[in-house]
Design a protein around this ligand. Structure first.
Ligand SMILES: *[C@@H]1O[C@H](CO)[C@@H](O)[C@H](O)[C@H]1NC(C)=O
Ligand SMILES: *[C@@H]1O[C@H](CO)[C@@H](O)[C@H](O)[C@H]1NC(C)=O
Ligand SMILES: *[C@@H]1O[C@H](CO)[C@@H](O)[C@H](O)[C@H]1NC(C)=O
Ligand SMILES: *[C@@H]1O[C@H](CO)[C@@H](O)[C@H](O)[C@H]1NC(C)=O
Ligand SMILES: *[C@@H]1O[C@H](CO)[C@@H](O)[C@H](O)[C@H]1NC(C)=O
Ligand SMILES: *[C@@H]1O[C@H](CO)[C@@H](O)[C@H](O)[C@H]1NC(C)=O
Length: 453
């Protein structure tokens, strides 16, 4: 009897673990396939891979971490155990007189902070992107909107590569959680990948001949608002089209267009789309000749992915262990057209435009803008004119999560993204004419409804 009971208990345990796994992976699914999301329900979701998630659980019984750092966060009570010791304040790269630092600082753990730590160099960014003089009269760079002018940093460093990286950069960025820095990561695991990232040889985009110097871009999200929109031709008429995550084109050209110039992804989104979107006919990422690939290094798994990709070998660790990254790029992988977003750029997007109140919550470390939001900002920094399609609008409730869905679904919110904050930002940028946000007119939305007889 006792044996039976313990077997039952063991099975119940196995089943509950399976359910937890299922819930977590569903979270990933929705992240990859949804840009617009609702339900009112707020779910908690592991930000990293299952791999990272289990590590956190496993470590929860370990003694409170003790670390040394030259800088104490301003919100010092956000920390549980911080011992501040001798390290010189000017070890940080942001100060011009920084002496050469040879060793990586002790690893900080996210578990030490109850909310986003506030470092005094939080908003110090590398701002050395090559100046982009634009002759475009209606360039968003010429916007007179005061709040945009104040927040927008035209020369923020966009890309991470082997030549703009060194030990003081490592130490500075190790104060910020991923994807905004390397907190909790091991130097020896990240460096082999970073040392392989080539310095971009060409700007992401150049004005097309006859465009009056204006780079006109469409950024296509995956929102259900595009279903039945017939916006395909309009989207393709832009000089460049940005897409991200599970961007399915085949069968949806009339609504979403068929051109992709820049594809933004993470190791997770590029691998998971294959499984999660198979039933919608997904075969690979867009594979236009000459397409540019941009990686958001969101977690440690992206550095393992990068190392495999850049070496042309299999991934050696992470949930994507043994995968061959180069086979995921629709035959278009080419190092000269591959870009990795810089942690300073990602942090700037969050700090200047999308600072969610949830960064003060216990789950602060998973709170970050969506891949769609990062893509919009990449476009704002590389184009003169930006039109958004398939992004969240005021009437998001009328549409499904995702344009590919055949039956109406409710938009689902996940705790790691602040969808309302993003929706309000798109609306604000639209009103101040910095972007044009595609919204459906009532007349259009009406024709969607079944006729009443
Ligand atoms: C968990 O603890 C081990 C051993 O102390 C450490 O190597 C690992 O980095 C920790 N993982 C996390 C996610 O903190
Ligand atoms: C390290 O890299 C940063 C950013 O690229 C640069 O500003 C700094 O001068 C470099 N420091 C050293 C010691 O090379
Ligand atoms: C997109 O469709 C147009 C015609 O509708 C075609 O000429 C063009 O080659 C297509 N582009 C791609 C990338 O498939
Ligand atoms: C990679 O892309 C560059 C720039 O577009 C091009 O010059 C080069 O020929 C391409 N290499 C291969 C192997 O296709
Ligand atoms: C977090 O709380 C502090 C103190 O109440 C406040 O100053 C800060 O603005 C909050 N941060 C966010 C992102 O809401
Ligand atoms: C997508 O659009 C079609 C045609 O307008 C419509 O019949 C269908 O109900 C829509 N699907 C969803 C899930 O909204």
């Amino acid at each position: 009897m006792a044996l039976l009971t313990s077997r039952i208990t063991a099975w119940l345990f196995v089943i509950s673990v399976a359910v937890v796994l299922l819930i977590i992976s569903w979270g990933y699914l929705s992240e990859s396939i949804s840009r617009t999301a609702v339900s009112g329900k707020f779910r908690y979701r592991g930000e990293g891979s299952l791999f990272e998630y289990w590590n956190i659980i496993r470590n929860s019984t370990s003694p409170p971490p003790v670390f040394t750092t030259s800088h104490k966060p301003k919100n010092a009570d956000a920390t549980k155990t911080v011992s501040v010791t001798k390290l010189k304040p000017d070890r940080i790269a942001a100060t011009t007189s920084a002496p050469v630092v040879e060793t990586p600082m002790p690893i900080l753990s996210k578990n030490s902070f109850k909310g986003l730590p506030q470092w005094d160099f939080e908003e110090v960014y590398n701002q050395d992107a090559p100046p982009r003089q634009t002759t475009c009269a209606q360039s968003l760079r010429k916007s007179e909107d005061p709040s945009f002018k104040k927040a927008f940093l035209p020369n923020i460093r966009l890309y991470l590569h082997k030549d703009n990286f060194n030990m003081s950069e490592w130490n500075r960025l190790s104060h910020f959680n991923n994807p905004f820095g390397f907190m909790g990561f091991k130097y020896d695991e990240v460096i082999p990948a970073v040392k392989l990232i080539p310095k971009p040889k060409e700007p992401l985009l150049l004005p097309k001949p006859g465009s009056g110097g204006c780079v006109r871009c469409a950024v296509v999200g995956t929102g259900g608002i595009l279903n039945g929109s017939k916006k395909g031709k309009e989207i393709d008429s832009h000089d460049y089209v940005f897409r991200m995550n599970g961007a399915i084109i085949k069968g949806y050209e009339e609504d979403v267009g068929n051109k992709t110039s820049v594809y933004v992804h993470t190791a997770h989104s590029i691998t998971m789309s294959q499984y999660l979107l198979k039933k919608y006919g997904y075969t690979s990422i867009p594979n236009d000749e000459g397409i540019k690939h941009v990686l958001i290094p969101e977690g440690m798994r992206d550095f393992f992915w990068l190392e495999g990709l850049l070496k042309g070998e299999r991934v050696t660790a992470s949930p994507f262990h043994n995968k061959r990254p180069r086979t995921y790029y629709g035959g278009q992988y080419n190092e000269t057209r591959f870009y990795v977003l810089h942690q300073d750029f990602l942090r700037y997007v969050r700090n200047s435009f999308l600072k969610s109140r949830n960064l003060n919550a216990t789950f602060w470390a998973i709170v970050r803008p969506t891949n769609g939001a990062f893509t919009v900002f990449l476009a704002l920094h590389t184009c003169d004119v930006v039109d958004l399609y398939g992004f969240m609008t005021e009437d998001y409730n009328k549409y499904s999560n995702y344009y590919v869905e055949k039956t109406k679904t409710h938009v689902v919110f996940f705790a790691n993204h602040d969808y309302m904050l993003e929706k309000n930002l798109w609306s604000k940028l639209h009103k101040s004419k910095i972007v044009k946000l595609y919204q459906r007119t009532d007349a259009e939305a009406q024709t969607e409804k079944p006729k009443q007889h």
